[in-house]
Design a binder for this molecule. Structure first.
Ligand code: PA5
Length: 432
């Protein structure tokens, strides 16, 4: 399902193998026995197996109800872990452009222009709202929910709540509000943090709305679990290997070289761009706890950013390594180019290649330039197919990896005290 290629990394196998004893300990104590700090937020480990079929059936039933009401647009309101997972999955499986017509997202900023555009777009459409917040009181989504649920009230009067679904924790403002207003609600398990919640109702409801097979996604996660919790060998367990390589690149400063403090997640397919955003939250929020530890996660999209950041990446300060995600997409019909008799654009020499094949050549050329000439370590994650199953596998793979990454740094990978600090400050400023 997933291959990790680490041939273009400036580390040798001896260095990687030296981490095996430490990894064996963390694997047994912190992953299998869940004895590490923050373990109360590790319910995601078993969730793909323990989630009840009734939960999925209820989610499907609510989607069907909305379809009966002729709803064909879903406005998802949420931020951070209550937003990125759903959008990453929908873009990945439905396509970035195609999916925008069915599922729209708001509640991630305070842009008056974006609110107005959304209001105009939805004006004559049949839409429903899916409001997602584990705590139930985050400012940005609360504002968007207030604004757009009132629009629904103007449109549907007393029936408005039939067009709303709330996904929230087992207590909090949103939970109380949905109980009081008799709004259909689904629970986010307490032991699963926002950034680990994509395969719970948080991600599943919007996915089901667009027709994604979430059971297959959970199958992928189960398959990852079987494989990744079986053994801790750094030659076989790719999720652990990814964690160790990142750790070593960050910690082992080579002579006369700058310390590697950043990781750039690289995509060559627009449908993966939001997955990079999801990955940034997962790693940034899990690892960034102490000023002297952790890797700052960044992302670029190629070819676009080759023409903006390509220069600094190739020749600027080498404080980073790259991680590229390549996904084989067999679902698309190949894009080919017509031979132009006059060859006006001088492109006929590429005539025998599909667009995907050309993209692959671009990737190989960039890889060589960055690794060989630029001296940049490159980790390559290759996913064999673009399906719900492979996506479930990938999400779970990253969960395992980030957990071990956090424990290698000796921090709690599952909390986010820094996020809470600014949330409190905003509330204080607004009530002053
Ligand atoms: O990972 C996290 O916990 C955060 O990024 C949250 O997902 C984000 O702040 C949204 O919080 P909530 O779901 O409580 O509205």
């Amino acid at each position: 399902m997933l291959e990790l290629n680490t041939k273009k990394v400036y580390l040798n196998e001896k260095e990687i193998a030296s981490m095996q004893p430490k990894i064996n300990l963390l694997f047994k104590n912190n992953l299998l026995n869940k004895e590490g700090i923050g373990n109360e937020f590790m319910d995601w480990i078993d969730y793909p197996e323990t989630v009840k079929e009734e939960v999925i059936l209820e989610l499907e039933e609510k989607v069907n109800q909305l379809k009966t009401l002729k709803v064909n647009h879903l406005l998802v309101i949420g931020i951070g872990g209550s937003f990125l997972g759903a959008q990453s999955a929908i873009d990945f499986l439905e396509g970035k452009l195609a999916s925008r017509d069915k599922v729209l997202f708001i509640g991630t900023d305070m842009s008056s222009s974006y609110y107005s555009q959304m209001e105009s777009f939805l004006e004559n459409k049949e839409y429903a709202i899916c409001v997602i917040s584990k705590s139930g009181g985050t400012l940005e989504p609360s504002l968007a929910f207030n604004f757009f649920s009132n629009k629904l009230k103007e449109k549907h009067g007393s029936k408005a709540n039939d067009y709303i679904v709330a996904i929230t924790g087992n207590k909090g403002i949103l939970k109380d509000f949905s109980t009081q207003e008799k709004i259909t609600s689904f629970e986010i398990p307490n032991g699963i943090g926002g950034r680990f919640s994509v395969m719970t109702p948080v991600g599943m409801f919007p996915m089901i709305f667009v027709g994604i097979n979430v059971r297959e996604m959970l199958e992928g996660a189960k398959e990852a679990k079987r494989f990744l919790l079986k053994e801790s060998s750094l030659e076989k367990n790719t999720a652990l290997r990814y964690a160790v390589i990142r750790f070593l690149l960050n910690q082992n400063q080579k002579d006369n070289q700058l310390k590697i403090t950043h990781e750039i997640f690289t995509t060559y397919d627009y449908d993966l761009e939001m997955l990079a955003e999801w990955w940034k939250q997962l790693f940034g929020e899990s690892e960034g706890k102490v000023s002297t530890k952790g890797i700052f996660p960044l992302s670029v999209h190629y070819s676009r950013d080759l023409h903006s950041l390509g220069q600094i990446i190739q020749e600027g300060p080498k404080t980073f390594f790259e991680t590229t995600l390549i996904v084989k997409d067999n679902s698309q019909k190949p894009i080919t180019f017509i031979k132009d008799i006059n060859d006006g654009m001088k492109i006929n020499y590429l005539n025998h290649l599909t667009l995907e094949e050309i993209n692959q050549k671009v990737f190989e050329g960039v890889l060589e330039a960055h690794y060989q000439e630029g001296g940049i370590s490159n980790i390559i994650i290759q996913l064999k197919e673009k399906t719900p199953k492979s996506l479930g596998y990938l999400y779970y793979w990253f969960f395992i990896s980030v957990t071990i990454s956090g424990y290698l740094l000796d921090i709690n990978p599952f909390d986010q005290p820094g996020v809470e600090i600014y949330k409190k400050n905003i509330k204080k400023n607004l009530s002053d």
